[in-house]
Design a protein around this ligand. Structure first.
Ligand code: FES
Ligand SMILES: [Fe+2]
Length: 384
């Protein structure tokens, strides 16, 4: 085996430098899912999101509160304290914080210091999910909330699940952008051998990257064949769109039908999966999944079978990307990767993530720059 030339290695590194990887700063000015709605109630619920410790709860009126999970007195996690009405009482020395995160009582003294508190994050509850804006709450842009209306449609049925995923969120976006891997990583669950060879089209719009794959004719794996009645049909069509919608959300939409029948005679079956990726830190993430179908709405057996089969497949991704993450721990100066044609949307996604992350990081840096006052130029100094 010939080793790659220095030229190829240099080109690979140059391309990689433009793409996000697990070390790229996070994009904070964006909506991510913090939890499924039923996870947050009248208990203090801690979760690390984008490297930040956050504690969530509901007020007595049911409103979701998410604040920084660290008492500014001596840094005990507030999640180790308790709720008193809508306030958190720190479990160490009893400082009291209201639901805005403001410190309102210090038990050991009469006067409470003013202007002290913890950050309260902007949140939005939509359908089964609680979203959180990880940047400045004053800039939270509700128009950018990537809520999916099919989560709540009466003519769709959804199930959901969660993995604590031992890999970074950039690798998972990349995994989802090119489903060539269905034929290999998921050969035993949802993939078929012809999937990887099927023609595809890509669309690269700023912030919206798509790969559309048409596998026609094909035979369907049991998860789709058995649930649609197309089992054993060797003229089935499987049309799959993978879409990057935001740093926290990727959607896969699938249409299945018998291609031997005319458009008017055939029945189409639609499936969608929201892959909801919230970094925990740079090498792990919260992987929320909502999966929906527009058929067999009241058939619980079909729903359970589909859910189990799909989640077995998603578990294969979790295992594989967990193994990949360990390899990334060991990269050395000879590390390089190559990209092929079907990687184009993934490369565009990673380039977009890097661009946004660096723009945000630069803006943060500019804000953090100390203001330098040149006293030598002041009249007072000149006079003295
Ligand atoms: S650490 Fe919270 S009150 Fe002291
Ligand atoms: Fe996969």
């Amino acid at each position: 085996m010939t080793l790659p030339s220095q030229k190829l290695m240099a080109a690979s590194r140059k391309a990689a430098a433009r793409m996000a990887n697990r070390d790229t700063p996070f994009i904070f000015d964006e909506w991510y899912v913090a939890a499924f709605k039923e996870e947050v109630g009248r208990a203090l619920t801690p979760r690390k999101l984008l490297g930040k410790r956050v504690v969530m709860y509901r007020t007595e009126a049911g409103e979701v509160v998410a604040v920084e999970d660290r008492c500014p007195h001596r840094s005990l996690p507030l999640s180790l304290g308790r709720l008193d009405g809508d306030d958190i009482i720190c479990g160490y020395h009893g400082f009291r914080y209201d639901s805005n995160g403001d410190l309102i009582e210090v038990p050991s003294q009469k006067n409470c210091p003013r202007g002290i508190g913890v950050k309260r994050y902007a949140t939005a509850e939509r359908g089964p999910l609680i979203w959180i804006w990880m940047g400045d709450p004053a800039t939270a842009d509700h128009a950018r909330l990537p809520h999916q209306e099919w989560f709540e449609r009466d003519d769709w049925r959804c199930t959901s699940g969660y993995f604590k995923h031992p890999g970074n969120y950039v690798s998972m976006h990349e995994n989802l952008m090119d489903l060539t891997h269905l034929s290999y990583l998921h050969a035993a669950t949802i993939g078929t051998p012809d999937y990887a060879y099927a023609p595809f089209e890509t669309q690269l719009e700023e912030g919206h990257y798509t790969l559309l794959r048409k596998v026609v004719p094909t035979t369907l794996s049991p998860v789709w064949g058995k649930t649609t009645g197309l089992d054993g049909c060797n003229t089935a069509a499987r049309i799959v769109t993978s879409e990057f919608l935001s740093p926290g959300l990727h959607r896969v939409s699938v249409t299945l039908y018998d291609s031997a029948l005319s458009e008017s005679a055939r029945k189409e079956f639609k499936i969608a999966t929201a892959h909801i990726l919230t970094p925990e830190d740079h090498s792990s993430m919260h992987y929320f999944i909502v999966h929906g179908r527009d058929f067999a709405l009241d058939d619980e057996k079909i729903g359970e079978f589909m859910h189990e089969s799909l989640f077995a497949a998603f578990n294969e991704d979790v295992d594989a990307l967990g193994a990949l993450e360990k390899v990334l721990d060991d990269v050395d100066e000879n590390h390089y990767e190559i990209s092929v044609t079907s990687d184009a949307p993934a490369v565009a996604t990673r380039t977009y993530l890097k661009r946004r992350a660096m723009a945000e990081a630069e803006a943060r840096q500019a804000l953090a720059e100390p203001v330098v006052i040149n006293f030598q130029d002041t009249p007072a100094h000149a006079a003295g």
